[in-house]
Ligand binder design. Structure first.
Ligand code: HAM
Length: 416
Protein backbone atom coordinates (compact mmCIF):
# COMPACT_ATOMS: atom_id res chain seq x y z
CA UNK A 1 0.00 0.00 0.00
CA UNK A 2 1.29 3.43 -0.86
CA UNK A 3 1.03 6.14 1.78
CA UNK A 4 1.45 9.89 1.66
CA UNK A 5 5.15 10.64 2.33
CA UNK A 6 6.09 11.12 6.01
CA UNK A 7 5.32 14.66 7.16
CA UNK A 8 2.77 15.32 4.39
CA UNK A 9 -1.02 15.06 4.54
CA UNK A 10 -4.01 14.74 2.30
CA UNK A 11 -6.50 17.48 2.99
CA UNK A 12 -9.70 15.48 2.73
CA UNK A 13 -13.15 16.99 2.02
CA UNK A 14 -14.27 17.27 5.69
CA UNK A 15 -11.14 19.39 6.40
CA UNK A 16 -11.61 21.70 3.45
CA UNK A 17 -14.02 24.03 5.20
CA UNK A 18 -11.22 25.13 7.56
CA UNK A 19 -8.86 25.80 4.68
CA UNK A 20 -11.44 27.68 2.70
CA UNK A 21 -12.37 29.76 5.76
CA UNK A 22 -8.72 30.67 6.41
CA UNK A 23 -7.99 31.49 2.76
CA UNK A 24 -11.12 33.59 2.50
CA UNK A 25 -10.48 35.47 5.76
CA UNK A 26 -6.84 36.08 4.80
CA UNK A 27 -7.61 37.38 1.32
CA UNK A 28 -10.37 39.68 2.66
CA UNK A 29 -7.84 41.18 5.07
CA UNK A 30 -5.34 41.66 2.23
CA UNK A 31 -7.99 43.47 0.24
CA UNK A 32 -8.76 45.74 3.21
CA UNK A 33 -5.09 46.58 3.70
CA UNK A 34 -4.34 47.04 -0.02
CA UNK A 35 -2.14 43.94 -0.55
CA UNK A 36 -2.07 42.21 -3.94
CA UNK A 37 -1.55 38.53 -4.59
CA UNK A 38 1.68 37.14 -5.98
CA UNK A 39 2.44 33.51 -6.85
CA UNK A 40 6.00 32.37 -7.31
CA UNK A 41 7.27 28.96 -8.51
CA UNK A 42 7.28 25.96 -6.18
CA UNK A 43 11.03 25.60 -6.77
CA UNK A 44 13.84 28.08 -7.23
CA UNK A 45 17.58 28.16 -7.78
CA UNK A 46 18.99 26.61 -4.57
CA UNK A 47 21.46 29.49 -4.19
CA UNK A 48 18.61 31.96 -3.64
CA UNK A 49 17.75 30.27 -0.33
CA UNK A 50 21.32 29.61 0.82
CA UNK A 51 22.11 33.29 0.26
CA UNK A 52 19.00 34.68 1.96
CA UNK A 53 18.14 32.27 4.79
CA UNK A 54 21.79 31.86 5.81
CA UNK A 55 24.25 28.95 5.57
CA UNK A 56 24.32 28.14 9.27
CA UNK A 57 20.55 28.04 9.81
CA UNK A 58 18.72 24.76 10.45
CA UNK A 59 16.77 25.27 7.24
CA UNK A 60 19.84 25.48 5.00
CA UNK A 61 21.98 23.02 6.98
CA UNK A 62 19.43 20.24 7.34
CA UNK A 63 16.01 20.91 5.95
CA UNK A 64 16.07 21.90 2.29
CA UNK A 65 14.72 19.59 -0.39
CA UNK A 66 17.51 20.21 -2.89
CA UNK A 67 18.48 18.34 -6.02
CA UNK A 68 20.07 18.80 -9.40
CA UNK A 69 17.52 18.74 -12.19
CA UNK A 70 18.12 16.82 -15.40
CA UNK A 71 19.88 19.84 -16.88
CA UNK A 72 22.30 19.94 -13.93
CA UNK A 73 20.82 23.09 -12.32
CA UNK A 74 20.68 23.26 -8.51
CA UNK A 75 17.05 23.35 -7.45
CA UNK A 76 15.35 23.70 -4.04
CA UNK A 77 11.68 23.26 -3.20
CA UNK A 78 10.59 26.53 -1.56
CA UNK A 79 11.45 26.32 2.19
CA UNK A 80 9.93 29.78 2.84
CA UNK A 81 8.18 32.55 0.93
CA UNK A 82 10.12 35.77 1.51
CA UNK A 83 13.21 35.19 -0.65
CA UNK A 84 11.16 34.23 -3.74
CA UNK A 85 9.07 37.39 -3.38
CA UNK A 86 12.25 39.50 -3.13
CA UNK A 87 13.67 37.71 -6.17
CA UNK A 88 10.48 38.54 -8.09
CA UNK A 89 10.59 42.17 -6.86
CA UNK A 90 14.12 42.57 -8.30
CA UNK A 91 13.50 40.53 -11.45
CA UNK A 92 10.39 42.50 -12.42
CA UNK A 93 11.76 45.93 -11.55
CA UNK A 94 9.11 46.54 -8.90
CA UNK A 95 11.25 49.32 -7.42
CA UNK A 96 9.81 51.41 -10.29
CA UNK A 97 6.30 51.05 -8.86
CA UNK A 98 4.97 53.38 -6.14
CA UNK A 99 6.58 52.20 -2.87
CA UNK A 100 5.96 50.32 -0.73
CA UNK A 101 4.81 47.40 -2.87
CA UNK A 102 2.36 45.35 -0.79
CA UNK A 103 2.13 41.66 -1.72
CA UNK A 104 0.67 38.47 -0.29
CA UNK A 105 0.89 34.77 -1.07
CA UNK A 106 -0.49 31.40 -0.08
CA UNK A 107 1.94 28.65 -0.87
CA UNK A 108 3.17 25.21 0.05
CA UNK A 109 6.48 25.18 1.91
CA UNK A 110 8.92 22.26 2.16
CA UNK A 111 11.23 21.59 5.10
CA UNK A 112 12.79 18.24 5.95
CA UNK A 113 11.91 18.35 9.66
CA UNK A 114 11.11 15.68 12.24
CA UNK A 115 7.34 15.43 11.83
CA UNK A 116 5.08 15.86 14.85
CA UNK A 117 1.83 17.65 15.67
CA UNK A 118 2.10 21.10 14.10
CA UNK A 119 5.34 20.35 12.30
CA UNK A 120 5.33 18.85 8.83
CA UNK A 121 7.63 18.36 5.86
CA UNK A 122 5.15 20.04 3.58
CA UNK A 123 3.12 22.82 5.14
CA UNK A 124 1.28 25.84 3.81
CA UNK A 125 1.78 29.49 4.60
CA UNK A 126 -0.18 32.63 4.13
CA UNK A 127 2.35 35.47 4.06
CA UNK A 128 2.60 39.17 3.31
CA UNK A 129 5.60 41.27 2.29
CA UNK A 130 5.68 45.08 2.17
CA UNK A 131 8.72 46.16 0.18
CA UNK A 132 10.27 49.58 -0.29
CA UNK A 133 9.72 51.54 2.94
CA UNK A 134 11.68 51.79 6.19
CA UNK A 135 8.95 53.55 8.16
CA UNK A 136 8.09 51.76 11.44
CA UNK A 137 4.43 52.46 10.60
CA UNK A 138 4.82 49.70 8.01
CA UNK A 139 6.09 47.25 10.66
CA UNK A 140 3.02 48.18 12.70
CA UNK A 141 0.75 47.65 9.69
CA UNK A 142 2.10 44.15 9.07
CA UNK A 143 1.83 43.18 12.75
CA UNK A 144 -1.69 44.62 12.84
CA UNK A 145 -2.64 42.53 9.79
CA UNK A 146 -1.40 39.36 11.46
CA UNK A 147 -3.30 40.21 14.62
CA UNK A 148 -6.52 41.06 12.74
CA UNK A 149 -6.29 37.78 10.86
CA UNK A 150 -6.31 35.81 14.11
CA UNK A 151 -9.06 37.97 15.59
CA UNK A 152 -11.23 37.69 12.46
CA UNK A 153 -10.72 33.92 12.41
CA UNK A 154 -12.13 33.82 15.93
CA UNK A 155 -8.95 32.72 17.74
CA UNK A 156 -8.75 33.76 21.38
CA UNK A 157 -5.87 34.03 23.84
CA UNK A 158 -3.03 34.78 21.45
CA UNK A 159 0.09 36.66 22.44
CA UNK A 160 2.49 38.83 20.45
CA UNK A 161 6.21 38.78 21.28
CA UNK A 162 8.46 41.50 19.95
CA UNK A 163 12.19 42.17 19.77
CA UNK A 164 14.66 44.28 17.82
CA UNK A 165 17.88 42.61 16.74
CA UNK A 166 19.49 45.78 15.34
CA UNK A 167 21.14 46.36 12.00
CA UNK A 168 24.50 45.88 10.30
CA UNK A 169 25.80 48.92 12.22
CA UNK A 170 24.99 47.90 15.75
CA UNK A 171 24.65 44.12 15.60
CA UNK A 172 28.37 43.25 15.26
CA UNK A 173 29.11 44.84 18.65
CA UNK A 174 26.15 43.06 20.25
CA UNK A 175 27.29 39.74 18.76
CA UNK A 176 30.74 40.23 20.27
CA UNK A 177 29.26 40.79 23.72
CA UNK A 178 26.95 37.81 23.27
CA UNK A 179 29.74 35.55 22.08
CA UNK A 180 31.92 36.51 24.99
CA UNK A 181 29.03 35.77 27.41
CA UNK A 182 28.41 32.31 25.95
CA UNK A 183 32.13 31.55 25.73
CA UNK A 184 32.36 32.13 29.49
CA UNK A 185 29.59 29.54 29.97
CA UNK A 186 30.65 27.18 27.21
CA UNK A 187 30.75 24.12 29.46
CA UNK A 188 27.03 24.42 30.22
CA UNK A 189 25.95 24.66 26.57
CA UNK A 190 24.24 21.79 24.71
CA UNK A 191 26.30 20.22 21.86
CA UNK A 192 24.28 22.05 19.20
CA UNK A 193 24.91 25.44 20.83
CA UNK A 194 28.63 24.68 21.31
CA UNK A 195 28.82 24.04 17.57
CA UNK A 196 26.85 27.16 16.70
CA UNK A 197 28.81 29.48 19.01
CA UNK A 198 30.74 31.86 16.78
CA UNK A 199 28.98 30.57 13.63
CA UNK A 200 25.48 31.78 14.41
CA UNK A 201 25.68 33.08 17.97
CA UNK A 202 22.29 34.81 17.82
CA UNK A 203 20.51 31.47 17.45
CA UNK A 204 21.81 30.29 20.83
CA UNK A 205 19.28 32.61 22.45
CA UNK A 206 16.50 30.52 20.95
CA UNK A 207 17.67 27.12 22.28
CA UNK A 208 15.01 25.29 24.30
CA UNK A 209 17.37 22.78 26.01
CA UNK A 210 16.87 23.33 29.78
CA UNK A 211 20.54 24.10 30.59
CA UNK A 212 20.80 26.60 27.71
CA UNK A 213 17.40 28.08 28.50
CA UNK A 214 18.56 29.22 31.96
CA UNK A 215 21.69 30.80 30.44
CA UNK A 216 19.63 32.52 27.75
CA UNK A 217 17.47 34.27 30.32
CA UNK A 218 20.56 36.02 31.71
CA UNK A 219 22.17 36.71 28.33
CA UNK A 220 22.89 40.28 27.15
CA UNK A 221 19.91 41.77 25.32
CA UNK A 222 20.05 43.10 21.75
CA UNK A 223 17.62 45.86 22.78
CA UNK A 224 20.35 47.30 25.03
CA UNK A 225 22.86 47.52 22.17
CA UNK A 226 20.81 49.22 19.44
CA UNK A 227 22.31 52.20 17.57
CA UNK A 228 20.33 55.44 17.76
CA UNK A 229 18.46 54.80 14.45
CA UNK A 230 17.44 51.28 15.48
CA UNK A 231 16.43 52.45 18.96
CA UNK A 232 14.28 55.25 17.43
CA UNK A 233 12.70 52.79 15.01
CA UNK A 234 11.88 50.39 17.84
CA UNK A 235 10.43 53.17 20.04
CA UNK A 236 8.23 54.44 17.24
CA UNK A 237 7.02 50.94 16.45
CA UNK A 238 6.05 50.38 20.08
CA UNK A 239 4.20 53.72 20.08
CA UNK A 240 2.29 52.70 16.95
CA UNK A 241 1.37 49.33 18.44
CA UNK A 242 0.07 51.14 21.53
CA UNK A 243 -1.91 53.52 19.32
CA UNK A 244 -3.48 50.51 17.58
CA UNK A 245 -4.24 48.87 20.96
CA UNK A 246 -2.15 45.85 20.06
CA UNK A 247 -0.86 44.21 23.24
CA UNK A 248 2.70 42.88 23.02
CA UNK A 249 5.46 41.71 25.29
CA UNK A 250 9.16 42.22 24.73
CA UNK A 251 11.16 39.04 24.38
CA UNK A 252 14.93 39.38 24.23
CA UNK A 253 15.30 35.71 23.30
CA UNK A 254 13.22 36.05 20.15
CA UNK A 255 15.62 35.89 17.17
CA UNK A 256 13.79 33.75 14.55
CA UNK A 257 15.23 30.94 12.47
CA UNK A 258 16.23 32.85 9.35
CA UNK A 259 19.30 35.08 9.06
CA UNK A 260 17.90 37.88 6.93
CA UNK A 261 16.16 39.83 9.67
CA UNK A 262 17.17 43.33 10.77
CA UNK A 263 15.58 45.44 13.51
CA UNK A 264 12.03 44.23 14.16
CA UNK A 265 11.28 40.55 14.76
CA UNK A 266 7.99 39.20 16.12
CA UNK A 267 6.06 36.01 16.72
CA UNK A 268 2.49 35.21 17.65
CA UNK A 269 1.58 32.11 19.64
CA UNK A 270 -1.27 30.85 21.82
CA UNK A 271 -0.82 32.39 25.28
CA UNK A 272 1.13 30.31 27.76
CA UNK A 273 2.19 27.65 25.22
CA UNK A 274 5.88 27.04 24.79
CA UNK A 275 7.86 24.75 22.51
CA UNK A 276 9.39 24.66 19.09
CA UNK A 277 6.19 24.39 17.08
CA UNK A 278 3.63 26.57 18.88
CA UNK A 279 4.11 29.82 16.93
CA UNK A 280 1.19 30.34 14.60
CA UNK A 281 2.96 33.18 12.83
CA UNK A 282 6.12 35.21 12.72
CA UNK A 283 8.00 37.77 10.75
CA UNK A 284 10.03 40.92 10.83
CA UNK A 285 12.04 43.45 8.89
CA UNK A 286 14.71 42.47 6.38
CA UNK A 287 16.24 45.73 5.18
CA UNK A 288 19.38 44.22 3.60
CA UNK A 289 17.93 41.21 1.81
CA UNK A 290 16.91 42.72 -1.53
CA UNK A 291 20.32 44.33 -1.95
CA UNK A 292 21.97 40.99 -1.07
CA UNK A 293 19.96 39.41 -3.86
CA UNK A 294 21.23 41.93 -6.39
CA UNK A 295 18.59 44.66 -6.13
CA UNK A 296 18.87 48.28 -5.05
CA UNK A 297 18.95 48.86 -1.27
CA UNK A 298 15.28 48.32 -0.37
CA UNK A 299 13.97 48.11 3.19
CA UNK A 300 11.10 45.65 3.68
CA UNK A 301 9.01 43.89 6.30
CA UNK A 302 6.66 40.91 6.31
CA UNK A 303 5.15 37.97 8.17
CA UNK A 304 3.85 34.49 7.50
CA UNK A 305 1.45 32.18 9.28
CA UNK A 306 1.23 28.39 9.05
CA UNK A 307 -2.18 27.30 7.82
CA UNK A 308 -1.99 23.80 9.39
CA UNK A 309 -1.27 25.39 12.78
CA UNK A 310 -4.24 27.71 12.34
CA UNK A 311 -6.48 24.72 11.59
CA UNK A 312 -5.15 22.95 14.71
CA UNK A 313 -5.92 26.01 16.86
CA UNK A 314 -9.35 26.60 15.34
CA UNK A 315 -10.26 23.01 16.20
CA UNK A 316 -8.71 23.20 19.66
CA UNK A 317 -10.80 26.28 20.40
CA UNK A 318 -13.95 24.76 18.85
CA UNK A 319 -14.34 27.68 16.45
CA UNK A 320 -17.36 26.99 14.24
CA UNK A 321 -16.49 27.59 10.61
CA UNK A 322 -19.01 27.92 7.76
CA UNK A 323 -19.90 24.69 5.94
CA UNK A 324 -18.72 24.39 2.37
CA UNK A 325 -21.09 24.18 -0.60
CA UNK A 326 -23.88 22.12 0.96
CA UNK A 327 -25.49 19.98 -1.73
CA UNK A 328 -29.04 21.12 -2.52
CA UNK A 329 -30.59 18.22 -4.41
CA UNK A 330 -30.22 14.45 -4.74
CA UNK A 331 -32.34 12.81 -7.44
CA UNK A 332 -33.57 9.25 -7.02
CA UNK A 333 -35.25 7.48 -9.94
CA UNK A 334 -37.04 4.23 -10.75
CA UNK A 335 -37.06 2.77 -14.28
CA UNK A 336 -35.23 3.66 -17.49
CA UNK A 337 -37.53 6.52 -18.50
CA UNK A 338 -37.21 8.09 -15.06
CA UNK A 339 -33.46 7.69 -15.28
CA UNK A 340 -33.39 9.64 -18.56
CA UNK A 341 -35.63 12.30 -17.03
CA UNK A 342 -33.29 12.50 -14.00
CA UNK A 343 -30.32 13.03 -16.31
CA UNK A 344 -32.08 15.97 -18.04
CA UNK A 345 -33.32 17.40 -14.77
CA UNK A 346 -29.85 17.25 -13.18
CA UNK A 347 -28.43 19.21 -16.08
CA UNK A 348 -31.29 21.74 -15.94
CA UNK A 349 -30.95 22.33 -12.18
CA UNK A 350 -27.16 22.71 -12.41
CA UNK A 351 -27.58 25.27 -15.20
CA UNK A 352 -30.05 27.09 -12.93
CA UNK A 353 -27.33 27.31 -10.27
CA UNK A 354 -28.74 24.61 -7.97
CA UNK A 355 -26.20 22.02 -6.88
CA UNK A 356 -27.50 18.60 -7.81
CA UNK A 357 -26.40 15.00 -8.12
CA UNK A 358 -28.46 12.07 -9.37
CA UNK A 359 -28.24 8.50 -8.22
CA UNK A 360 -26.10 6.32 -10.47
CA UNK A 361 -27.72 3.12 -9.30
CA UNK A 362 -30.86 1.25 -10.28
CA UNK A 363 -31.31 -0.01 -6.72
CA UNK A 364 -34.55 0.23 -4.73
CA UNK A 365 -35.98 3.61 -3.79
CA UNK A 366 -35.10 2.88 -0.17
CA UNK A 367 -31.46 2.31 -1.06
CA UNK A 368 -31.32 5.47 -3.16
CA UNK A 369 -32.91 7.56 -0.38
CA UNK A 370 -30.25 6.23 1.97
CA UNK A 371 -27.67 7.56 -0.48
CA UNK A 372 -29.51 10.90 -0.50
CA UNK A 373 -29.21 11.02 3.28
CA UNK A 374 -25.49 10.30 3.23
CA UNK A 375 -24.93 12.94 0.52
CA UNK A 376 -26.06 15.67 2.92
CA UNK A 377 -28.47 17.09 0.31
CA UNK A 378 -31.18 19.38 1.66
CA UNK A 379 -33.78 17.96 -0.73
CA UNK A 380 -34.32 14.73 -2.52
CA UNK A 381 -36.35 14.40 -5.66
CA UNK A 382 -38.07 11.17 -6.56
CA UNK A 383 -38.99 10.37 -10.16
CA UNK A 384 -40.84 7.17 -11.04
CA UNK A 385 -42.97 6.09 -14.01
CA UNK A 386 -46.06 7.98 -12.76
CA UNK A 387 -44.07 11.18 -12.33
CA UNK A 388 -42.62 10.89 -15.84
CA UNK A 389 -46.16 10.61 -17.22
CA UNK A 390 -47.56 13.50 -15.19
CA UNK A 391 -44.45 15.71 -15.70
CA UNK A 392 -44.13 16.12 -11.92
CA UNK A 393 -41.67 15.02 -9.24
CA UNK A 394 -41.91 14.30 -5.54
CA UNK A 395 -39.83 16.86 -3.64
CA UNK A 396 -38.78 15.84 -0.14
CA UNK A 397 -37.36 18.15 2.49
CA UNK A 398 -34.75 15.89 4.10
CA UNK A 399 -34.61 17.62 7.48
CA UNK A 400 -38.39 17.90 7.97
CA UNK A 401 -39.34 14.70 6.17
CA UNK A 402 -42.15 16.60 4.35
CA UNK A 403 -43.03 15.79 0.74
CA UNK A 404 -44.89 17.64 -1.99
CA UNK A 405 -45.61 17.12 -5.67
CA UNK A 406 -44.12 19.79 -7.93
CA UNK A 407 -44.44 20.18 -11.74
CA UNK A 408 -41.05 19.61 -13.40
CA UNK A 409 -41.07 22.99 -15.11
CA UNK A 410 -41.68 24.76 -11.76
CA UNK A 411 -39.02 22.85 -9.88
CA UNK A 412 -36.06 25.23 -10.17
CA UNK A 413 -38.27 28.10 -9.09
CA UNK A 414 -39.68 26.12 -6.14
CA UNK A 415 -36.19 25.17 -4.98
CA UNK A 416 -34.98 28.75 -5.17
P1 HAM B 1 8.73 30.96 9.81
O1 HAM B 1 8.59 31.39 11.22
O2 HAM B 1 9.83 30.02 9.48
O3 HAM B 1 8.87 32.29 8.96
O4 HAM B 1 7.38 30.31 9.33
C1 HAM B 1 6.15 31.01 9.47
C2 HAM B 1 5.10 30.11 10.10
O5 HAM B 1 4.96 28.91 9.33
C3 HAM B 1 5.42 29.62 11.49
O6 HAM B 1 5.05 30.59 12.46
C4 HAM B 1 4.55 28.38 11.59
O7 HAM B 1 3.21 28.73 11.90
C5 HAM B 1 4.58 27.85 10.19
N1 HAM B 1 5.55 26.74 10.05
C6 HAM B 1 6.89 26.83 9.94
N2 HAM B 1 7.45 25.62 9.81
C7 HAM B 1 6.44 24.72 9.84
C8 HAM B 1 6.36 23.29 9.74
N3 HAM B 1 7.43 22.53 9.56
N4 HAM B 1 5.14 22.71 9.81
C9 HAM B 1 4.02 23.46 9.98
N5 HAM B 1 4.03 24.80 10.06
C10 HAM B 1 5.22 25.43 10.01
C11 HAM B 1 9.05 32.34 7.62
O8 HAM B 1 8.99 31.39 6.89
C12 HAM B 1 9.28 33.74 7.10
N6 HAM B 1 9.38 33.69 5.64
C13 HAM B 1 8.16 34.67 7.55
C14 HAM B 1 8.36 36.06 7.02
C15 HAM B 1 7.70 36.65 6.01
N7 HAM B 1 9.24 36.94 7.48
C16 HAM B 1 9.16 38.07 6.78
N8 HAM B 1 8.23 37.89 5.86
Amino acid sequence: MYQAPRGTSDILPPEQKYWSYIRHTASSICQLYGYQRIDTPTFEDARLFVRSIGESTDIVEKEMYSFEDKGGDPITLRPEGTAPVCRAYVEHGMHNLPQPVRLYYMASIFRYERPQAGRYREHHQFGVEALGAADPALDAEVIDMAWQLYVNLGLKGIALSLNSIGCSNCRPRYLEVLKSYYTQHKESLCPDCKRRLGKNTLRLLDCKTPSCFALNEQAPRSMDYLCQECADHFNQLRNYLNLLNLPFSLSHRLVRGLDYYTRTVFEIAPEGETGAQVAIGGGGRYDDLIEQLGGKPTPAVGFATGIERLVLNLKKQDVVVPALFPLTVFIAHLGQEARDEAMKLTSHLRKSGISTIASLSDKSLKAQLKQANVSGARYSIIIGEDEVKSRTVTLRNMAKGEQQTVPIDKLAEALR
